[in-house]
Design a protein around this ligand. Structure first.
Ligand SMILES: NC(=O)c1ccc[n+]([C@@H]2O[C@H](COP(=O)([O-])OP(=O)(O)OC[C@H]3O[C@@H](n4cnc5c(N)ncnc54)[C@H](OP(=O)(O)O)[C@@H]3O)[C@@H](O)[C@H]2O)c1
Length: 315
């Protein structure tokens, strides 16, 4: 397995990051453990979660995903084999949100407790906080790094301007965002490729895009409205049902046939092949889905196949 350095952090990660929002939500503890065992056992080491997962589910209050991950790390005794990423800043309710130093200091303790560990490899700002000066946030992260609670920091959902401003501040001794987590997949390209991609490439910021499979659309399992019932996520698939969406599926089918793989594997392999991308983040709720992810880590597309996918997905 080819491991990749995340930005300039020194962290070596697998070319796919396992998305954690499903743990304790659409994947119960047993299914989550099966997916996690398969991923780690097949050479993956990079796992992404957030304190806020899964507040949106009825009856949930946040922390469910971190809790399942903590139980898994404890039961397997494998903390040193995992590069663990989590996030702070999204709204946890009762005023718990944002990137102010006192809040970060509290939130990190809560995450560490749920994760049953004493350090986080990659601690990310889940979204920008325009009410808090970026220096203050970076200083707060600097204290956590100094205390050994965090190894590196990352940003998610930042505009190019705000990420560039944060990176400029880091040139004066503050810790640096070593990764960016934008939405990025074969269907959603422009938001990342236009300005964020050149910035990240120039500054050597690792890119770990989310929604690698467009929540399942790029697996090809949703081809008509009757397929929406296949999953809880089905109701959001209508947004991809247009000429371009189906053109992308056709190209994925073609390359999957050529490589004897699946559309899901090809969609992930296309992301892995993009020079600016360190590791796409993709989640799996079942063992078979995770096996697709694992195969994608080893699937090499030809230049002609990448070009065919680029053309099909061009806006
Ligand atoms: N930074 C942010 O703001 C942000 C936002 C969103 C997500 N994220 C991160 O990105 C991760 C990935 O996002 P996501 O899970 O929402 O979207 P995704 O990775 O695009 O979609 C994954 C979903 O597709 C389905 N799937 C996966 N492999 C499959 C296969 N081989 N065949 C058929 N279906 C398959 C599964 O859903 P079913 O259960 O429906 O089959 C799975 O949960 C999250 O876990 C999270 O860590 C970050």
């Amino acid at each position: 397995m080819e491991m990749r350095e995340l930005g300039r952090s020194g962290l070596k990660v697998s070319p796919v990051c396992l998305g954690g929002n499903v743990f304790g939500w659409t994947a119960d503890q047993k299914a989550s453990f099966a997916v996690l065992d398969e991923f780690l056992g097949s050479g993956g080491n990079f796992i992404d979660t957030a304190d806020v997962y899964s507040t949106w589910a009825p009856g949930h209050k946040g922390g469910e995903s971190e809790t399942v991950l903590g139980q898994w790390l404890k039961s397997r005794g494998n903390r040193d084999k995992v590069i663990l990423a989590t996030k702070v800043g999204s709204d946890m309710g009762q005023g718990r949100k944002g990137l102010k130093p006192p809040y970060i200091a509290q939130a990190v303790e809560d995450s560490l407790k749920r994760l049953q560990t004493d350090y986080i490899d990659l601690y990310q700002s889940h979204r920008d906080d325009l009410e808090t000066p970026q220096e203050e946030t970076l200083e707060a992260y600097g204290k956590l790094i100094k205390a050994g609670k965090v190894r590196a920091i990352g940003a998610s959902n930042f505009t190019p301007e705000r990420l560039a401003a944060a990176l400029a501040l880091s040139k004066n001794g503050l810790p640096r965002y070593e990764s960016l987590q934008p939405e990025y997949n074969l269907y959603e390209r422009a938001g990342y490729e236009k300005e964020l991609e050149p910035l990240c490439a120039k500054e050597k910021v690792g890119v770990i895009g989310y929604f690698g499979l467009a929540s399942g659309f790029l697996t090809g399992k949703y081809r008509s409205e009757a397929d929406f019932a296949k999953s809880q996520r089905g109701e959001d698939m209508g947004q991809y049902f247009n000429e371009r969406g189906f053109r992308i599926l056709k190209a994925l089918d073609q390359v999957a046939a050529e490589t004897k793989s699946t559309p899901a594997q090809v969609a992930v392999a296309w992301l892995i092949a993009r020079p600016s991308v360190t590791a796409p983040i993709v989640s799996a709720t079942k063992l078979e889905q995770c096996q697709d992810l694992v195969k994608a880590m080893r699937l090499k597309l030809s230049a002609a196949q990448i070009e065919a996918l680029n053309m099909a997905s061009a806006a």
